[in-house]
Write a protein that binds this ligand. Structure first.
Ligand SMILES: NC(=O)c1ccc[n+]([C@@H]2O[C@H](COP(=O)([O-])OP(=O)(O)OC[C@H]3O[C@@H](n4cnc5c(N)ncnc54)[C@H](OP(=O)(O)O)[C@@H]3O)[C@@H](O)[C@H]2O)c1
Length: 292
């Protein structure tokens, strides 16, 4: 089994923290989980220095401009990170023969589908965030062949700012809230995705076919944001009423896809990854939260 030096970019973010924790517990590889200060993906020279200093074999790019609504008015800033930053990673990875796992999003689709979306289906982002993430995918695919792109959706955990922690907070503060009930997707527990990434890297470390490609990963099943909120309140026994509302009643700067359920068959069968249902993972998240 090969031992890798792995760089996790966006090291202070939600997903990065879980990837770091899983690999650190496993102890099979050397992990460099670096935040923007130490490794800014928009600074190609800095990135090259980091890669050379630590003899990096794999970059897991979780760094991103993730403020979906703000991106509508900060297009250049979002593009600089989600597109040009990924282009830098591709360039540096190419120069140094580094394998890349890059994280992308369901927001590259327009949500006009009615059945789980396969990797090969045409993209059509509705938002600046979605467009910049799609441009990042294309830049990586164009410049660097040794890469895997994982599109995911509705990421959450028990500690970082996300839908779960927001609902938990609002449920404690308010008697009633309104939640959108006509956008469908699947929540993804960040540690589940981190585990899937570990499985891919273990597969690589054994010398198996690396299967460079685009893959979809989210929890199993389907939910609206309203369903997700209801399940959170139910499992946490929070006595706050939830009113279902339409997207039109809950206007936000960035348009979201109405249907963003991802088809996960490719990642499941290629790497032997078993994906829990979103309800099972929510239970795990709550149990984990109670332990911490
Ligand atoms: N959260 C979701 O629901 C969701 C859904 C689908 C896909 N995704 C994708 O999943 C990935 C991980 O998301 P996440 O929720 O873990 O994001 P996150 O918590 O917002 O973390 C992203 C991290 O990237 C860092 N970053 C921003 N610009 C950077 C730069 N130029 N160089 C280095 N680091 C930089 C941020 O640092 P600062 O704090 O300094 O800005 C932040 O710590 C992202 O690619 C995102 O697009 C997320």
């Amino acid at each position: 089994m090969k031992r890798y030096n792995i760089l996790i970019t966006g090291g202070n973010g939600m997903l990065a923290s879980h990837i770091k924790s899983i690999f650190t517990k496993e102890g099979a590889h050397q992990i460099y989980c670096l935040g923007r200060q130490e490794c800014d993906i928009t600074e190609e020279v800095q990135l090259e220095e980091v890669v050379n200093k630590h003899h990096i074999n794999i970059i897991i790019n979780t760094a991103a401009y993730t403020a979906v609504d703000l991106a509508e008015t900060e297009k250049e800033a979002a593009d600089k990170i989600n597109h040009l930053g990924v282009q830098n990673i591709a360039q540096v990875a190419n120069n140094n023969d580094i394998q890349v796992i890059h994280i992308s999003t369901d927001y590259v689709f327009d949500g006009k589908q009615s059945s789980p979306i396969k990797e090969e289906e045409p993209t059509h982002p509705l938002s600046v965030y979605g467009q910049t993430k799609r441009d990042g995918e294309l830049a990586l695919q164009k410049q660097h062949s040794k890469s895997i792109i994982i599109r995911t959706s509705w990421l959450y955990d028990g500690t970082h700012p996300n839908f779960f922690t927001t609902m938990k907070r609002l449920g404690g503060e308010k008697k009633e809230i309104s939640v959108v009930n006509d956008q469908f997707g699947t929540p993804t527990y960040a540690p589940d995705l981190a585990n899937a990434i570990r499985t891919i890297i273990t597969h690589w470390s054994h010398g198996y076919n690396p299967n460079y490609d685009i893959y979809h990963y989210s929890g199993e099943g389907i939910a609206s944001w309203y369903d997700f909120a209801q399940e959170i309140f139910f499992k946490l026994a929070i006595p706050c009423a939830i009113h279902p509302v339409s997207t039109e009643q809950f206007v936000r700067p960035a348009q979201r896809p109405k249907f963003a359920v991802l088809d996960k068959n490719k990642i499941k069968y290629t790497f032997g990854i078993k994906i829990p249902t979103w309800r099972e993972s929510l239970q795990t998240c709550i149990e984990q939260d109670n332990l911490d």
